[in-house]
Design a protein around this ligand. Structure first.
Ligand code: BEZ
Length: 259
């Protein structure tokens, strides 16, 4: 088996092929964004560009930003008519302040949340809106339990600090945004059990998204450990021939307040 990838070395084609549900769910978020013709909109953590493309179809001027070179490369190939830029979460500075920032399934990868909140505020016009959805506290708890137990069986330990994600509670994230002079006008925290495609759905998910947790383990042992994780999680996460990831989502709409 190939060694799992670290989070910044995305296999963008595998992402597009097996994890397109990320973009499928994002369409509901576009409804909440309600893009208008002529609006300037940033898709933060745009991945391979599918949602940026859908937003552009409303007549908005969209820029997609992602910190992964592979994702940006594929986004540019997929939609050469759109603008995609590689940058870290809080670092993108538009030439003109934006009407809106949209972000689907991406903010949980941006662990320096203070910096990202400050960057989003700076990028918006006064009154501009942030519409975002990402993993909330308790997201993938069952999967993480399976990983932790399997590693333990091999004498290894999953240090919470090693996790490459930020899954805040609703209160925590709303407070962060308020601290950065956003007005939170809508917030919801909800379970979103998410089907993973195919018999290898969990294995593919682990390879795509959790590679950094196995990086220090030799490839042969990683194979065994992933099989062990599947065995442990099958009774709880495999239903009717389908793996289901225990996703929990935070959905937020916030407005930039002038200070
Ligand atoms: C998520 O979308 O919740 C997620 C995806 C990959 C890793 C962790 C969480």
């Amino acid at each position: 088996m190939e060694k799992p990838l670290s989070p910044n070395a995305w296999n963008a084609s595998l992402y597009d092929d097996k994890h397109h549900y990320v973009a499928d769910f994002g369409e509901q978020l576009i409804e909440l964004l309600s893009p208008k013709p002529g609006e300037s909109i940033l898709d933060l953590g745009c991945g391979t560009g599918h949602l940026a493309h859908k937003i552009a179809a409303f007549g908005a001027r969209v820029v997609g930003v992602d910190n992964s070179a592979d994702m940006i490369k594929l986004a540019c190939q997929n939609y050469p008519e759109l603008t995609f830029i590689q940058a870290e979460g809080g670092d993108y500075r538009p030439d003109e302040p934006l009407d809106a920032i949209f972000s689907n399934a991406a903010l949980h990868w941006m662990t320096d949340a203070e910096r990202v909140a400050a960057g989003m505020w700076r990028a918006l016009k006064p009154g501009g809106r942030l519409v975002a959805e990402f993993g909330s506290r308790g997201n993938i708890q069952t999967i993480l339990g399976g990983i932790g137990n399997a590693l333990q069986a091999y004498g290894l330990y999953l240090f919470p600090d090693a996790l490459p994600w930020y899954f805040p509670s609703l209160g925590e994230y709303a407070s962060l945004l308020e601290k950065h002079s956003f007005r939170v006008v809508y917030a919801a925290d909800f379970d979103r059990p998410t089907p993973l495609e195919g018999e290898d759905g969990l294995r593919n998910w682990l390879n795509m998204f959790a590679g950094s947790l196995f990086h220090f383990i030799p490839a042969e042992q990683t194979d065994e450990i992933i099989a062990d994780i599947e065995t442990r999680l099958r009774p709880v996460l495999y239903r009717d021939g389908q793996w289901i990831a225990d996703y929990r989502r935070l959905r937020i709409v916030a407005l930039k307040e002038a200070v």
